[in-house]
Design a protein around this ligand. Structure first.
Ligand code: DGP
Length: 113
């Protein structure tokens, strides 16, 4: 998708700090980190968000979760980490390309909202 920010990052048209990638997923550092480690995991195929995951094949969906785990390993998050996927306006999703925030490297807030 030409006008999708994360599609342009995946394509290398917009620079990003890549942490990991494979044929189905791309992981890169969030531009406004909320924790010492704040990485975004995205499928390379465009899908708008969690409410549209039926558009993704199961292998890609599974690959996203495996990449979350891989990022946690690469970042040394042995004491735990948090994975969040904001979906839609109430959740304040700001980029309409499915992504999983991987947060860690400190003791995170108990609050989820
Ligand atoms: P969300 O609000 O859940 O849709 O998260 C979108 C995240 O994307 C937000 O934490 C900031 C991040 N972000 C926005 N623009 C850019 C960018 O150009 N580069 C990078 N690396 N991250 C971005």
């Amino acid at each position: 998708m030409d006008n999708c920010l994360f599609c342009n990052i995946i394509a290398g048209k917009i620079p990003s700090a890549c942490v990991y990638q494979d044929d189905k997923t791309y992981a890169f550092r969030d531009i406004t980190p909320a924790a010492p480690t704040h990485v975004l995991v995205v499928p390379k195929a465009h899908v708008g968000g969690m409410s549209a995951v039926d558009e993704l094949d199961d292998a890609t969906l599974a690959a996203c979760l495996r990449t979350v785990k891989k990022v946690a390993e690469l970042e040394g998050l042995t004491n735990g980490f948090r994975t969040i996927s904001n979906c839609g306006d109430d959740a304040r999703q700001s980029v309409p390309h499915l992504h999983f925030h991987v947060l860690g490297g400190k003791r995170l807030s108990e609050k989820m909202d």
